[in-house]
Design a protein around this ligand. Structure first.
Ligand SMILES: Cc1cc2nc3c(=O)[nH]c(=O)nc-3n(C[C@H](O)[C@H](O)[C@H](O)COP(=O)(O)OP(=O)(O)OC[C@H]3O[C@@H](n4cnc5c(N)ncnc54)[C@H](O)[C@@H]3O)c2cc1C
Length: 454
C-alpha cells in the first residue's frame, strides 16, 4: 500500500522534511537490493536521527496502518531490506555514534554504523570486533544483528549473536527496550539480544547495541591450498577444524569461481594451473600457533597439490581477494539466485558435487557457483543463467539441503526469498511459537511483513 500523505506530513514533523525522501531517483538506491533480484516499489524513505525519532515513526505507522521495512546498508541478500509491497523504508544510516569502553572491552554502537567503522574504532584501543565479512564497508551493526550475520571469523569468535551484550530497540508495539549496561553476567530473564538477532526486522527496529570486543591475533599468516577434488579439500578442512589453536578462518572455493574472479579482476590464477578446489586458511602467525599447526600440515600434505603462503599485508590481501571477490564477480555474470546453506561436516563434499548435477539435470543453462565458509559447513550456492524469478532453483537446492540434514539459511537469513521453505527446517510447533512472539511484539503486523514468516 502507498504511504498516506497525512502520515508523510507526520513523519516530516518528526525528522525534518529533508529526511523524508520521496524523489523516485533518490529512493531508487534504497528500494532495489544489492543483487538486483528484488526490486521494490519507489516507496518513501524516512531517516531518523535518534531512537526517540524511531519510536515516534513506529507510532505514526501503527496509527496509519503503514508497514515498515527497516534498512541498514542494504547489502542483505534475501530480499528482506527492500519495500516489495509499498512499505515505508526506515533507514538507520543517520545513527552513527560509536563509544568504545576500554575498561570493559566493549562498545556501545548505533545501528547505522558500518562494520568497518566499528572495527576501526575497536582498533583505537588495540582490539577488534569479532565479526568480519566482505560487505564490511556497507553492512551496518543493526543489519548484521537483524540477520545474525556470520562471515569469516565464526569459527574463532562466533556469529553476531555471540558478540551481543545488550541491545536497544523500538518494538512493533512502539515500546523502546534498552539494556546497555554491558554486564556480561546478567541472568535476569529472557535474553532480548538473542531474540532480536536473526529476527530480520520482523519484531522491531534495533537502534543501538552493546558489543564485546575481541583481542586481535598477532600478525596473521594466510595460506591458499590447492586440491584435486572437493573431497580432498573437505578432508583438509576437517583437520583444520580440529586444529589446537590459532586458526581464525577456513574458506573454500572451486575452480570455476576462482577463474571467474581472475578474469574479472584481470589478475593471474594463484598457481600455474587451475585446480578443482581451494582452501584458504588464516592463522595467527606466531610460533605458539605455527608449531602445533605443523602437525595439521603434515596430516594433509598428501592431499595438497600446491600452496601459496603470505605473511605481509599486501600479499595476504591478494590471497583473500580470490575468495572475497566471488560475490561481486558472480553479480557481474547476471542476477543470481543466492542460496546460503549449511551442511553437516560429513555431508559437505557430496553436497558440493551433487548440487550442479541436480541443477543441470533440470536446466542445462544453469551456471552454478559454489564457495563458502568451510569451517562452519557454510556453502554459498549461487546460480546464474536461469530466470531470477524461477523458484525451481530454490526448490531443488533447499530440498537437497534438507535431505542432507542441513540448514536452508546459514547466515543471510530467510528474508522473502526463503520464507516459503522455512518449514523444511522448522516444525509446525516452532513456526507457531514464532508467530506467537511476532504477535506479542508486533501486534499490528507492521514490521517487515512477508519476511521470515510467509
Ligand atoms: C559482498 C557481500 C558479502 C557478504 N558476505 C556476508 C558474509 O560473509 N556473512 C553474512 O552473514 N552476510 C554476508 N553478506 C550479506 C549482508 O552483508 C549481511 O546480511 C548484513 O548483515 C546486512 O547488513 P545491512 O546493514 O546491509 O542490512 P540490510 O541489508 O539493510 O538489511 C538486512 C535485514 O535486516 C533488517 N534490518 C536492517 N537494519 C535493521 C535494524 N536496525 N533493525 C532491525 N532490522 C534491521 C532489514 O529489514 C533486512 O531484513 C554479504 C553481502 C555482500 C553484498
Amino acid at each position: 500500500m502507498a504511504v498516506p500523505t497525512r502520515a508523510l506530513l507526520d513523519l516530516e514533523a518528526i525528522v525534518g522534511r529533508e529526511h523524508v525522501l520521496t524523489d523516485p531517483e533518490v529512493v531508487a538506491g534504497y528500494t532495489t537490493d544489492w543483487t538486483g533480484r528484488f526490486i521494490g516499489s519507489r516507496s518513501p524513505v524516512v531517516r531518523p536521527g535518534s531512537t526517540a525519532e524511531v519510536a515516534q515513526i513506529v507510532g505514526v505507522c501503527r496509527t496509519a496502518g503503514v508497514a515498515v521495512v527497516p534498512q541498514g546498508g542494504n547489502t542483505g541478500l534475501v530480499g528482506g531490506s527492500v519495500p516489495l509491497d509499498g512499505e515505508l523504508v526506515v533507514s538507520l544510516t543517520r545513527l552513527t555514534q560509536v563509544d568504545v569502553d576500554a575498561a570493559a572491552a566493549q562498545a556501545t554502537v548505533d545501528a547505522g554504523v558500518p562494520i568497518a567503522r566499528l572495527q576501526a574504532a575497536a582498533a583505537t584501543i588495540g582490539m577488534g570486533y569479532g565479526v568480519d565479512l566482505a560487505s564490511r564497508d556497507g553492512a551496518t551493526l543493526g543489519g548484521t544483528i537483524a540477520t545474525n550475520a556470520g562471515g569469516t571469523r565464526v569459527m574463532r569468535f562466533g556469529d553476531t549473536r555471540a558478540q551481543l551484550v545488550g541491545v536497544e530497540a523500538v518494538l512493533g508495539t512502539g515500546a523502546v527496550v534498552s539494556h546497555l549496561a554491558g554486564l556480561t553476567r546478567d541472568n535476569t530473564g529472557y535474553h532480548l539480544p538473542s531474540l532480536l538477532a536473526g529476527s530480520e526486522g520482523t519484531l522491531g527496529i534495533v537502534t543501538r547495541a552493546r558489543v564485546r570486543l575481541v583481542a586481535p591475533g598477532t600478525e596473521p599468516a594466510v595460506a591458499l591450498l590447492a586440491f584435486d577434488s572437493v573431497g580432498d579439500a573437505m578432508a583438509a578442512v576437517a583437520e583444520f577444524r580440529r586444529a589446537p589453536i590459532g586458526v581464525e578462518a577456513v574458506e573454500f572455493m572451486v575452480r570455476s569461481g576462482v577463474e571467474l574472479v581472475c578474469s574479472g579482476d584481470r589478475v593471474s590464477l594463484p598457481f600455474a594451473v587451475s585446480y578443482a578446489a581451494y582452501v584458504l586458511v588464516e592463522a595467527a602467525g606466531n610460533d605458539e600457533v605455527i608449531e602445533p599447526l605443523s602437525d595439521v600440515v603434515a596430516a594433509i600434505a598428501h592431499l595438497v597439490r600446491d600452496v601459496a603462503v603470505a605473511t605481509d599485508s599486501p600479499r595476504r590481501a591478494a590471497l583473500w581477494r580470490y575468495r572475497e571477490a566471488h560475490t561481486e564477480a558472480i553479480n557481474r555474470v547476471g542476477t543470481p539466485h543466492k542460496l546460503d546453506v549449511a551442511l553437516p561436516a560429513a555431508a559437505l563434499a557430496a553436497f558440493v558435487d551433487e548440487v550442479p548435477r541436480r541443477l543441470h539435470g533440470w536446466n542445462p543453462s544453469a551456471r552454478v557457483w559454489l564457495f563458502g565458509h568451510a569451517a562452519d559447513g557454510n556453502v554459498h550456492v549461487n546460480v546464474t543463467g536461469v530466470d531470477p524469478d524461477d523458484k525451481t532453483v530454490d526448490e531443488i537446492v533447499l530440498r537437497l539441503v534438507a535431505e542432507a540434514g542441513g540448514s536452508i539459511s546459514a547466515e543471510h537469513g530467510i528474508g522473502r526469498a526463503k520464507a516459503q521453505w522455512l518449514h523444511l527446517n522448522r516444525t509446525p510447533e516452532e513456526i507457531a511459537a514464532f508467530r506467537a512472539i511476532k504477535a506479542a511484539l508486533d501486534p499490528a503486523g507492521i514490521m517487515n511483513p512477508g519476511v521470515l514468516l510467509a
